[in-house]
Design a protein around this ligand. Structure first.
Ligand SMILES: *[C@@H]1O[C@H](CO)[C@@H](O)[C@H](O)[C@H]1NC(C)=O
Ligand SMILES: *[C@@H]1O[C@H](CO)[C@@H](O)[C@H](O)[C@H]1NC(C)=O
Ligand SMILES: *[C@@H]1O[C@H](CO)[C@@H](O)[C@H](O)[C@H]1NC(C)=O
Ligand SMILES: *[C@@H]1O[C@H](CO)[C@@H](O)[C@H](O)[C@H]1NC(C)=O
Ligand SMILES: *[C@@H]1O[C@H](CO)[C@@H](O)[C@H](O)[C@H]1NC(C)=O
Ligand SMILES: *[C@@H]1O[C@H](CO)[C@@H](O)[C@H](O)[C@H]1NC(C)=O
Ligand SMILES: *[C@@H]1O[C@H](CO)[C@@H](O)[C@H](O)[C@H]1NC(C)=O
Ligand SMILES: *[C@@H]1O[C@H](CO)[C@@H](O)[C@H](O)[C@H]1NC(C)=O
Ligand SMILES: *[C@@H]1O[C@H](CO)[C@@H](O)[C@H](O)[C@H]1NC(C)=O
Ligand SMILES: *[C@@H]1O[C@H](CO)[C@@H](O)[C@H](O)[C@H]1NC(C)=O
Length: 722
């Protein structure tokens, strides 16, 4: 039995279903043969595939081979993940035999040669991830015909391709290849497409009008290609796009004012093109914009100062010889001197741009649905009104600007910090996906690599809450954050539209990933490290609960909120934040005590229960919630049941029993976890009691001394854990 669980922990499958281990026998014969053919064709310098062997005496089934995932229902192979395995070689057509694959991940290896046409047989494939390899040749047509494919990640290979057709993709990552040809005219048919990343290829031609139909699109990156022509005003229909990067292409004409309808835009990069005409003040309506770059075009006229434009400096506009205005420190000629606006005799003439875009205007009005045309007409009236106001605006400029300044606040507690928030954002790649280190329901965390400074983590909140409440809460949290095992708060940023908290960046990620996703968790995480983590987190919670200045309930204790530094020293993060972002109780599956459903009220004992779940994760190596066959399996339910049946020792991760010098300590820790998970809040120990017991189990101190040093009041608890 013990062997069984060691096996489970090694694979970090963390599933409770023992039947998973069933040996399948005949049905997989052809798959096994195909895998062995593949293995034989690869050079495997680190012997990563040593478990792939066909020795019939071996107890190990193909489902236990490294990188193989099987369906629990019938042992068919549903995933193959060999990413980061330093493998070299071609991908042979035998891959097409694995007919049940849903995920094929070979990313970050050195596979070379063609992508085999035979992948087209994998009709259940949802994810094809071949990023960072040496594949060359064309992307086989058969891939685009795969009926279930949702994610196609091919970046950083040497693929060439003339676009023909694509299928029902959710995301297409094709950056850093040699793709040539135009964007297909009917790209708008890909109605599920959320993300199109084709940067750094050799695409040419224009952006088709049908792009306006991709209403689910959130990221469109076509930068560093050879695209040309006007931007279609239909882009304005993409109200969910947050990143639009068209920089370093050959686009010309004016920047369509319709871009101001792209209300989710956070990053707009149009630099290094050939855009001309003026910058429409309506773009100031893009209130979410935090990165704007219009540099190195041929734009002219005044840089608008309204709305979001107040945020941006000369660096967003440089290299446009005919631009003037505040950020560039170039005074514009007065409106009388230069006829920015031609006489307003017709709608066409009303547009302050080149003759070319005037023609376009007529065309747009012809094409657009009436409601949009009406909106444009309203926009036109607003613009006229603004133009008339120019004289007054200029006087108001300075006072408006200073109001803008005071409307945001960057408060840093770290000594010697010399960067602005704009710099923090820019060194986080303008919050691009490559810098995302964490994504939650209420915030996204980015890594900002400030030059000459240790990287910091920036947690940007999605909700809108008042500045007063935010600043007050964060200052309160700062006052309690001075504790060894709480994640240090570096500071915060607060403005009407955006709130963010800055933390130390933790290079080793979070405990959940370390325990459940890292294939080496088993060897890295021995008893002494696990108990060290448990003690540290218990101490942090006890500190919050007993609090020096204010008492703080964490309210969201979970293993993803435990971060690890280079030495794998743990820090508790996100304390007290749930209360800030959500008034109603928020349930994290697997971590919430049963009473919360009824009381809807957090108490200290909520945190104690959640801590009990973490302790259970540390002791069993299993996820708090896992899914087998679409059925949710709950770690607590399972562990408590076996513990109750006197089978507690069986659920402990094998490494604990091997690495703990005191034979009964792991079981005592388990007993403590069980107490923390008591159904009745009153029966659960307090955090400081928990700390005391855990400290006594920590192998750093001898068992004799630590029990003796535990104060009298904890004796009963010590007795209960055995
Ligand atoms: C096959 O795997 C078993 C168990 O992992 C191992 O003992 C044996 O040496 C392996 N055989 C080969 C040829 O790699
Ligand atoms: C195995 O189960 C999956 C569903 O999990 C199903 O799609 C597949 O067809 C089954 N294969 C066999 C051989 O029964
Ligand atoms: C792909 O790379 C291989 C060497 O790895 C080379 O022999 C072959 O000609 C290349 N094919 C194409 C289409 O570039
Ligand atoms: C796109 O945005 C609209 C609101 O502008 C929203 O109703 C819709 O759900 C979004 N669609 C997706 C796929 O996010
Ligand atoms: C920009 O447009 C001008 C005039 O139309 C042209 O001479 C120039 O080559 C263009 N530049 C680029 C980078 O396309
Ligand atoms: C834009 O570029 C195209 C060629 O790509 C050219 O035909 C057109 O005249 C240019 N328009 C302007 C306004 O420069
Ligand atoms: C711009 O913003 C103003 C104020 O929020 C709003 O009234 C107006 O309709 C917006 N215009 C466009 C084109 O979105
Ligand atoms: C840039 O725009 C100005 C007018 O605003 C025009 O005279 C000039 O020819 C343009 N230059 C290029 C390279 O297109
Ligand atoms: C905009 O792009 C130009 C050219 O790539 C670059 O020099 C400049 O620093 C960028 N500005 C900002 C604000 O990123
Ligand atoms: C703007 O110009 C004024 C006067 O010419 C000068 O004093 C100031 O330093 C300039 N500011 C910037 C940012 O260039």
């Amino acid at each position: 039995m013990r062997m069984l669980y060691v096996g489970l922990c090694v694979l970090s499958l963390c599933l409770c279903d023992i039947s998973l281990q069933r040996v399948s026998g005949q049905s997989l014969k052809s798959e096994v043969a195909a895998l062995l053919v593949l293995k034989a064709s690869w050079y495997d310098p680190f012997n990563r595939l040593s478990s792939w062997n066909s020795s019939s005496e071996s107890e190990i089934t193909v489902c236990d081979w490294r990188g193989i995932g099987c369906s629990t229902a019938n042992d068919s192979i549903v995933s193959l993940d060999l990413s980061y395995s330093s493998l070299q070689g071609p991908l042979l057509p035998s891959i097409g035999v694995l007919l049940n694959l849903r995920t094929l991940n070979l990313a970050y290896n050195q596979f070379y040669g063609n992508i085999p046409d035979d992948l087209g047989s994998l009709s259940k494939l949802k994810v094809l991830h071949l990023r960072h390899n040496l594949f060359n040749g064309t992307i086989p047509e058969s891939i685009f015909a795969l009926p279930s494919l949702q994610y196609l990640l091919l970046e950083s290979n040497s693929l060439t391709e003339s676009f023909t057709s694509l299928s029902k993709l959710v995301a297409f990552y094709g950056a850093d290849n040699q793709l040539v040809g135009g964007i297909p005219l009917h790209i708008g048919d890909l109605s599920s497409l959320g993300r199109l990343d084709l940067k750094r290829n050799h695409l040419s031609g224009g952006i088709p009008i049908s792009i306006g139909s991709l209403t689910k699109l959130t990221v469109l990156e076509l930068n560093e290609n050879e695209l040309s022509g006007w931007l279609p005003p239909e882009l304005g229909r993409l109200s969910n796009v947050s990143v639009l990067d068209l920089s370093s292409n050959r686009f010309n004409g004016s920047i369509p004012l319709e871009l101001s309808y792209m209300s989710s835009l956070e990053k707009l990069h149009l630099q290094q093109n050939n855009f001309s005409g003026s910058i429409d003040p309506l773009l100031g309506n893009l209130t979410r914009l935090r990165s704007l770059n219009l540099s190195y075009n041929n734009l002219s006229g005044e840089v608008p100062s309204d709305g979001v434009f107040a945020k941006f400096s000369a660096a967003s506009f440089e290299g446009n010889r005919f631009l003037c205005g505040r950020p560039l420190n170039v005074t514009c000629p007065s409106p009388q001197q230069v006829q920015l606006v031609p006489p307003p005799s017709t709608v066409v003439d009303g547009l302050p741009s080149t003759e070319g875009s005037g023609k376009k205007w007529k065309l747009i009005v012809g094409l657009l649905v009436p409601s949009l045309a009406l909106a444009l007409f309203v926009a036109f009236l607003i613009r006229r009104f603004r133009m008339k106001e120019i004289g007054e605006c200029r006087e108001k400029l300075t006072s408006e600007k200073s109001a803008q300044m005071s409307s945001s606040k960057l408060e840093m507690y770290t000594r010697g910090f010399k960067f602005s928030y704009e710099e923090i954002v820019s060194y986080a790649g303008y919050f691009d996906t490559a810098h995302v280190i964490g994504k939650g329901r209420f915030a996204t965390v980015y890594r900002s690599d400030l030059p000459g400074w240790t990287p910091i983590a920036v947690k940007v909140f999605k909700n809108h809450f008042s500045r007063e409440i935010f600043e007050k809460e964060v200052e309160g949290l700062e006052s309690v954050s001075h504790f060894d095992t709480l994640l240090p708060l570096q500071g915060y940023f607060s403005s009407q539209g955006e709130k963010a908290i800055m933390y130390d960046f933790m290079p080793k990620g979070n405990l959940y990933d370390l325990l459940h996703q890292d294939p080496h968790a088993n060897t890295k995480l021995d008893w002494s490290l696990r108990i060290k983590i448990a003690v540290a987190i218990a101490q942090a919670l006890a500190h919050l609960h007993k609090g020096c200045s204010i008492r703080v309930l964490h309210k969201d204790v979970k293993s993803t909120n435990i971060l690890l530094d280079d030495n794998l020293s743990p820090f508790l993060a996100d304390y007290g934040l749930i209360g800030l972002v959500s008034k109603p109780v928020v349930e994290t599956p697997g971590y919430m005590p049963p009473e919360l459903k009824i009381t809807r009220k957090y108490t200290e004992k909520t945190d104690v229960y959640s801590f009990g779940v973490i302790l259970m994760e540390l002791l069993t190596g299993k996820k708090p919630v896992s899914y087998v066959n679409d059925q949710q399996l709950n770690l607590v339910t399972w562990a408590l049941r076996l513990h109750k049946d006197g089978r507690g020792r069986e659920i402990l991760c094998g490494i604990l029993l091997k690495s703990c010098p005191y034979v009964d300590y792991p079981e005592r820790a388990l007993n403590l976890a069980v107490l923390c998970l008591n159904e009745l809040p009153a029966q659960r120990p307090t955090m400081s009691e928990t700390v005391s017991v855990l400290e006594s189990l920590s192998t750093m101190s001898s068992p004799m001394r630590s029990s003796a040093s535990a104060s009298e009041q904890y004796k009963p608890l010590l007795k209960r854990v055995g």
